[in-house]
Design a binder for this molecule. Sequence first.
Ligand code: SF4
Length: 379
Amino acid sequence: MSGIYIHIPFCRQACHYCNFHFSVSHKNLDGYPDALIREAEMQKDFFHQNKATGIETLYLGGGTPSLLNNSDIDRILQKINRIFNIREGAEITMEANPDDLSLNGLRELKSIGINRLSIGIQSFHRGDLAYMNRIHSPDQALNSILNSRKAGFENIGIDLIYGTPGLSDQLWKENLKRVLEFDIPHVSAYALTVEPKTPLEYMIRKGTALPVDEEQSARQFDLMLQVLQQHDYLHYEISNFARPGCFSRHNMLYWTGASYLGLGPSAHSHLPGKRSWNVSNTTTYIRSVNDGIIPQETELLSEIQQFDEYVMTSLRTMWGCNLNYIKEKWSELSGENLELQAEKHIRNEMLIKKEGHLILTDRGKLFADGIASDLFRTD
Ligand code: SF4
């Protein structure tokens, strides 16, 4: 499996919690599609070995991809297809904000080949949206789902955020109820985190925004597990739930160590044993690409880094960490050491061992990062 990520670094308004690379200034917007296409042409040999089979997933993320004109999106897709050979039946996802999704616009997106939408709903409640400084209203959130369905999109994912100070458990349950009412096939749900250098961090420090309560986040995570699992959603990754067969094929690339190419400023790429990332500055990116240079840094991954990365990502999935795979890919000894390290977490009911896999329990999911780093190799 291999895929391509395309970063669109523009937004209409800055959400207070966001630390992605984006800009609310659109001065670079006009020249951006051409710069992306230029980078794609320069990267045409990225997947040497995968050329014969082609690309299975394409993901337009951001920022706000739905801020581009549909004609620009069409032009980008056509070029990418010509350069990289997108496979028949590939998953082609676009992230979109509810305020951008008119019925006509959605029909166009469908006709140019987008077959999966990831809608940044975050919440259906006005106060919650205001706390996060989201630009859309609750009505726009609802209409974006209705319009997507009317336009013929079946493969829809929505993003939700819990743990915001105004979100009582009752309001969170109502958000989850919307998921069930609309029978949304895929949900990505994140606990609100206060990232350094974001407006939210500044406002909390100055006392103009309420702080985040970790107990509330943990409680709402539990609530979400109960509600969604009771309604046949698979909790297939810590922050992701899906109806059977509706996993995000693109995100699976990230969690299985597959190869992917990232285009655009701040985008990351991965090949076995190697990762690279583009500069997180759109003006520098465009200038450099126009001069024929991809502004990126590359890191070769050591055996230990690859092991740790596998443990971290696999543990976050419902399939867990495959001990036989570890023994085959690294060594018998690394697998045995890992099993030894895992014992205390199994005793504490944070992990279970099932059919040769280490899998987080529901309780363990709350401490996933800490457990994974405890299992990292120390040699
Ligand atoms: S729309 Fe998305 S990328 Fe843009 S500021 Fe909000 S969360 Fe960040």
